[in-house]
Ligand binder design. Structure first.
Ligand code: DGJ
Length: 740
């Protein structure tokens, strides 16, 4: 057997990039291509017939030369011989779920993909890109597989680029981003479902033979019922700190499909990509079809470790300004809904200052004249200030905000249109709807056809116009409340099946343009709640809106689940009047991410306002730990009376622990200490309760100090009970600069 040792290093003039190229001529029988990160390895192997196999994904071996022997240790039956292909074609010998299905220009539907070459490009010390080229021996048809790895974060982004030189159009019937093969004695899938105000409801079950599919066909607001994020535990269900687990998610804001096939050989084939439903794509000769990335990581130390890897990766590489800061804000959605005018807003700007947050965010309802936006049934699409509500326009509000010493942000929903709008009357051809069928609305609105470049210009123009007219505008909340019914594009004509894909590509074009001109301005990704939380979109955003459900008890669960995949700084947590919990509980829950408010400040009594100020002061001191630190889920709300979540900074000198009572039955509370994590066992820490409501004292002895060893092996009891339903603990290394 020949291994990677035989790879030829081809000199390159690209000084910053190390390029490694191998072609099929450089090996005789089999070739191993290990893709290693700090703790993991994914091993591809080319067999003697030039089939590219994925033979391993898991903990990295200490001796890379042994990867080549992995395959031979498995004696599993495979009649087709392609069950473990790294990108399984269809129509030839494959009997399982394919990664790719095509109809060639001559109408033939068979595809084989043979290894041609691969190359590794080292982008920097942390990031590498492996490209493997596969070709059909019978047709001029090529697939390139890309594996972008982040060494320290143990994260891989995988996608494919499909191209051909056939004599005519090739139809892509299926086009996955990634096709992984996992080996294990059993597989447990944790997936999510939900709906409006019920996002991220988890379900975990053992996978049985056959195919389990997680998908969406909603077009926009694609994650409403099912997001693409999931976890697969291998051998046994992983816990927070133990077990082997893969985390995966599509970086795509439209229709996706993830198939998990427990195959006849008892391996798990995982195929993820854009959804092919009603979406075959016509590809011209030489045209490249690039799939979105499928993101994944693996840990053999449980779900907590895997989530910290993804969170670190997201902060460093994906979200906008992931290592920077965020603005606290007051939003007016729940305090006014559509009912406001200049005088009311002027008061809210004063309240923003009084509350002590950075920015006022004006929500829905500020636009539309012929069809005023006084409810959700009119005005969408007409992005001119409503003259009755705002006679002096947005610019007056921006100035008024500045006069009050706060910043100003605004809500838009630029992809949508109400039939009751001037836009709809003027450009009916810009609207996604079937010409011959009755219109069907979602929240009284329809979706604009972003596959059309003119619509892209229009949507870009909304954002650009706002910033051009108001250069001091400091924040945008970008909403998306409808799904696509009656998918039809007047623009795409005969290529109707391109709509779902070209819509998202059009959206990303717009967002690219927005970011090219406004690289750092904070943008909140909202979709009637969390209908569009994915890294395809988050690449352009600083934060997301997890759910319209801000009832704090519910939020503990929702935020808990999102946190497996997204860093705390991206989670917009607003304190509202949902639920019956006291203001302390509500703020303490919102502090676990990016803190905001949507309350009537003038209704707060003196003590409540004093508590807001105290919490904001503490948040200011702790935000670096919450936003940029490592997150540890200490005690799950699903299994305990109290939930506990902790954040630790990089040098393990500061931490904060949030504890909440999630069960109101008699006598519930923390009877035993909660073991902390991520501290330095040798360091000494002071544990101090903060966020004390005016007039209350801590039941903890703040004068005591403990070693990290004690705090992690014995723990600390936050004394959560019905009278102390939320307790926030600040952990400071002694001798280091204290928070306060
Ligand atoms: C749905 C969002 O989730 C809410 O926060 C609010 O912005 C409304 N849309 C406004 O219509």
């Amino acid at each position: 057997m020949k291994s990677i040792n035989r790879i030829k290093i081809i000199p390159t003039c690209l000084t910053a990039l190390a390029l490694l190229i191998v072609t099929s001529k450089t090996f005789a029988q089999t070739l191993s291509i290990p893709v290693e990160t700090e703790h993991n390895a994914l091993v591809l192997q080319v067999d003697k017939d030039k089939n590219l196999k994925m033979v391993y994904y898991g903990t990295k071996l200490s001796s890379p030369s042994e990867y080549q022997y992995i395959q031979n240790m498995y004696k599993q039956p495979d009649d087709s011989g392609v069950l473990d292909d790294a990108y399984t074609p269809s129509g030839s010998t494959n009997l399982a779920e394919p990664a790719i299905t095509v109809t060639h220009a001559d109408g033939n539907k068979s595809l084989n993909l043979a290894y041609v070459s691969h190359q590794v490009t080292k982008i920097d010390d942390d990031v590498s890109l492996l490209t493997v080229t596969l070709k059909d021996p019978a047709y001029d048809f090529e697939v390139k597989l890309f594996y972008k790895t982040y060494y320290k974060e143990d994260v891989t982004e995988q996608w494919s680029v499909i191209k051909h030189q056939e004599k005519g159009i090739v139809t892509l019937n299926k086009f996955a981003s990634a096709n992984l093969n996992l080996k294990g004695t059993g597989f447990w899938l944790k997936q999510y479902h939900g709906n409006w105000a019920k996002e991220m409801q988890p379900e975990e079950a053992k996978l049985t033979h056959g195919i389990k599919t997680i998908d969406t066909k909603l077009g926009t607001r694609a994650n409403l019922y099912e997001p693409s994020m999931f976890m697969v535990s291998i051998d046994k269900p992983a816990t927070e700190d133990e077990g082997k687990v893969l985390f995966g998610a599509m970086e795509w804001s439209g229709n996706f499909r993830v198939d998990l096939e427990l195959d006849p050989a008892n391996n798990l084939r995982l195929i993820a990509g854009m959804n092919d439903a009603a979406s075959e794509y016509h590809l011209k000769p030489s045209e490249e079809f690039t799939t979105p990335a499928f993101l994944y990581t693996f840990s053999d130390h449980g779900k907590g470790d895997a989530s910290r890897k993804i969170q670190r990766w997201a902060r460093k590489y994906k979200i906008v300004d992931g290592e920077g800061s965020r603005l606290t804000l007051l939003n007016n959605w729940e305090s006014t809904y559509f009912d406001f005018n200049e005088a009311k807003l002027a008061q809210l700007l004063k309240d923003t200052k009084k509350l002590g947050v950075d920015l006022f965010l004006l929500d829905d309802g500020w636009f539309g004249n012929k069809y005023p936006r006084n409810g959700d049934n009119a005005g969408l699409g007409d992005w001119q200030e409503n003259k009755q509500k705002l006679p002096n326009g947005i610019s007056w509000l921006v100035k008024e905000a500045q006069a009050n010493g706060v910043k100003f942000g605004i809500w838009i929903e630029p992809e949508m249109v109400n039939p009751a709008s001037e836009l709809y009357t003027k450009h009916p051809d810009w609207v996604i709807k079937q010409p011959e069928r009755p219109e069907k609305y979602f929240r009284n609105q329809l979706v604009l056809d972003l596959s059309n470049p003119k619509v892209q210009d229009f949507v870009y123009g909304i954002v650009d116009g706002l910033f051009t007219k108001n250069p001091d505008l400091a924040y945008i909340k970008w909403d998306c409340n409808a799904v696509i019914f009656n998918a039809y594009s007047a623009y795409l004509k005969k290529d109707q099946s391109h709509l779902y894909i070209d819509y998202v590509r059009g959206l990303y074009n717009v967002l690219e343009r927005v970011r090219a001109k406004y690289p750092k301005v904070p943008l909140m990704l909202c979709s009637g709640g969390g209908g569009r939380v994915d890294y395809g979109a988050l690449k352009y955003f600083t934060e997301y809106w997890p759910s319209d459900n801000t009832e704090p008890l519910e939020r503990i669960f929702i935020q808990w689940e999102y946190s497996y995949f997204f860093p705390a700084m991206t989670s917009s947590n607003h304190v509202t009047d949902w639920g019956k919990q006291p203001i302390k509980f509500r703020i303490d829950v919102a502090m676990m991410g990016k803190l905001g408010f949507d309350i009537v400040v003038s209704k707060l009594n003196e003590q409540e306002l004093a508590y807001c100020h105290e919490a904001l002061k503490n948040y200011d001191a702790l935000k670096d730990v919450i936003w940029h630190g490592d997150q540890y889920r200490l005690q799950s709300p699903w299994d305990n009376d109290a939930a506990s979540i902790m954040y630790v900074n990089e040098d393990r000198s500061k931490a904060v622990v949030f504890n909440y009572l999630v069960n109101n039955r008699y006598g519930t509370g923390t009877k035993t200490p909660i073991r902390l994590k991520g501290l330095d066992p040798k360091k000494k820490y002071q544990v101090k309760e903060i966020n004390l409501y005016p007039g209350t004292n801590s039941s903890l002895d703040n004068a005591l100090t403990f070693t990290g060893d004690f705090l992690m092996n014995i723990g600390v009891n936050p004394d959560v009970n019905a009278n102390r339903s939320s307790v926030v603990l600040q952990i400071n290394e002694i001798n280091s600069k204290l928070f306060n």
